[in-house]
Design a protein around this ligand. Sequence first.
Ligand SMILES: Nc1nc2c(c(=O)[nH]1)N=C([C@H](O)[C@H](O)COP(=O)(O)OP(=O)(O)OP(=O)(O)O)CN2
Ligand SMILES: [Zn+2]
Length: 145
Amino acid sequence: MIFQYYPTVSHSFTYELNKDLHFAAAHFIPSSLAGKCQDLHGHTYVVNVTVCGDALDESGFLVNFASIKELIHKRYDHTSLNEHEEFSGADSERFPTTEVLAAAIYAKVQAYLDGCANQPRCMQIIVRETPTSYVIYRPKMQEIM
Ligand SMILES: Nc1nc2c(c(=O)[nH]1)N=C([C@H](O)[C@H](O)COP(=O)(O)OP(=O)(O)OP(=O)(O)O)CN2
Ligand SMILES: [Zn+2]
């Protein structure tokens, strides 16, 4: 069971929902500056997704917790991150680092929320790669409005 306290995000929405999930994946960082991380290895990634909004859907949900989990878990669990199109190519902004993974998860979650009539917004993604290392991704304020 995952039970952690996380940095909070400030906002003025009525509702805030948080979903924790985890998945196992392999990766390597294709840069000579990445040291031991250049070699293929694996992590159990732990992710926290924060979604906010002012309106609920016809189920009384801001968004179904299960839908958030499915989006991310289905795509990445027991996969090699480097083989996903969002992490391919020579551009360092596409290397499967914790930072880039957090941004990619944000993009997937917000694209899903954009299809919801009650218009929830993803406000924060936290990706923990190891017990001692995690990254927070927050969209710019103009993306949220
Ligand atoms: N800013 C980033 N730095 C590093 C990333 C990253 O994604 N963003 N990734 C790695 C490696 O992939 C590695 O798997 C994790 O590194 P690290 O936290 O250093 O792992 P350790 O278990 O060795 O750390 P301890 O301090 O011994 O707990 C490296 N850097
Ligand atoms: Zn790693």
